[in-house]
Design a protein around this ligand. Sequence first.
Ligand code: G1P
Ligand code: ZN
Length: 542
Amino acid sequence: MITTVATTPFDGQKPGTSGLRKKVRVFQQPDYAENFIQSVFDVAERPAGSTLVIGGDGRFYNRTVIERAIQMAAANGYARVLVGQGGILSTPAASHVIRKYGASGGLILSASHNPGGPDEDFGIKYNIANGGPAPEAVTEAIYARTRTIDRWMMVEGEAVDLDRIGTSQIGAMVVEVIDSVADYADLMEELFDFPAIRAAAAQGLSIAFDAMHAVTGPYAHEILERRLGFAAGTVHNGTPLEDFGGHHPDPNLVHAKVLYDLMMSPDAPALGAASDGDGDRNLIIGKGVFITPSDSLAMLAANAHLAPAYAGGLKGIARSMPTSTAADKVAAALGIPAWETPTGWKFFGTLLDAGKATICGEESAGTGSDHVREKDGLWAVLLWLNILAVTGKSVMQIAKEHWARFGRNYYARHDYEAIETAKANTLMAGLEASLPALPGQSFGPLTVAAADQFAYVDPVDGSESRNQGVRVMFACGSRIVFRLSGTGTEGATLRVYLERYERPEGRLAEETPAMLADLIAAAEAIAGIAAHTGRTAPDVVT
Ligand code: G1P
Ligand code: ZN
């Protein structure tokens, strides 16, 4: 029996860079999650008999929302729901399951790398039938619906046992609790040279993988330790916890410091890697060398042909605008297109669907390919392992050879977190107003060649996205990008992206902070960060 519950709209249910993210307390208000999910169901394209995939990263409140979403899907005419065992599906695994089983879409419950727990963050994201995040037209429609919603619907029934694999029925809808890991692990085995990696592992290739008490634990145990034969204990922090053990499940040098320290020690394995809350990000550290995500994208693209899935070559490489231009140089060498999109994985979907790009990446530790429509943390780790296994080289060797061939893009991102929203907006407005006067101005040794507010026209569907970040390009090829985060849940986060290019004959073996010092000073002079925000140093440098 369908129960219809009267409701009134909440303000601020606008999906950001990656779905609706708020504090758990916000989601716990009566009707809050329900309004958003009902709005998704009200606007989503879902033919009769559709299947919906539901899964999350296991954080606090995951099960509550999953149980409610299943009841609501039953009332909204879905024929079938596929849900990961225990409510667990990593974001890339969810993308794969949507594609593999022909679902019309999926709900992914996650706040990615943000902390979890009763006082921390939660999120709901809707992905469409191609397995990728809903494009802006859809998220706008969902948001518009949240502004007028007056009812949500559910079928009350026996609670589904999320822990037991199997099929049950709620109303007219079938609920299948599926193995969260198997489909995804099988896909990885198709893409990569598992026999070569297994053989290398047997001969001493080693990896430390930090699952950060988040969703990739079960995936990494199965793939790295069981299928590839890496030693037991290869996976660190492999049990998903509702609060990620009290840490930020954010695979960067701040939150994965233990791994970083291990990788800089004499006992380091060949590869150190980590993934985030929902398993779509990756951190790559070689013995004695941190590989920036922008460089990892470029190095993976340059060597992808060593993995069976990409042996036939790449169709193109796409990167988000703030990501360094290292990948563009690889694309040029391969004679394939390089695409520059706004921030957020949703902008890669059309390029992947149209066969214009095979590999995509973002500076924020996101890399992936056309095997799914999300970034994929373990995918990047496995491609690195595949390359190390086949070449027999170290990460350091691969990096040095890459820089010697393509030059090196020194890169860092400075984040100023939880700034008062009004102050952040004033800073960005000031920056925008200063754009026309910037070209020709000098800041220390740097002279501005061009400056603009990045706008994007999707080459496949023609959709336009404006205000995607302020770019200041210097005559020497260096660059600063300023933008406000679209995923924060507290005030505003200013991101400042700094990039300096050195040619192959230039200085390739320097320390990044020193190489970026002039750019850091220029960023302050251009944007007046201290004056606007009172902050004299970033909260996080990645
Ligand atoms: C951040 C990253 C962006 C990524 C997104 C979702 O978004 O910068 O690259 O796609 O998280 O993981 P932002 O907070 O900058 O809007
Ligand atoms: Zn994530």
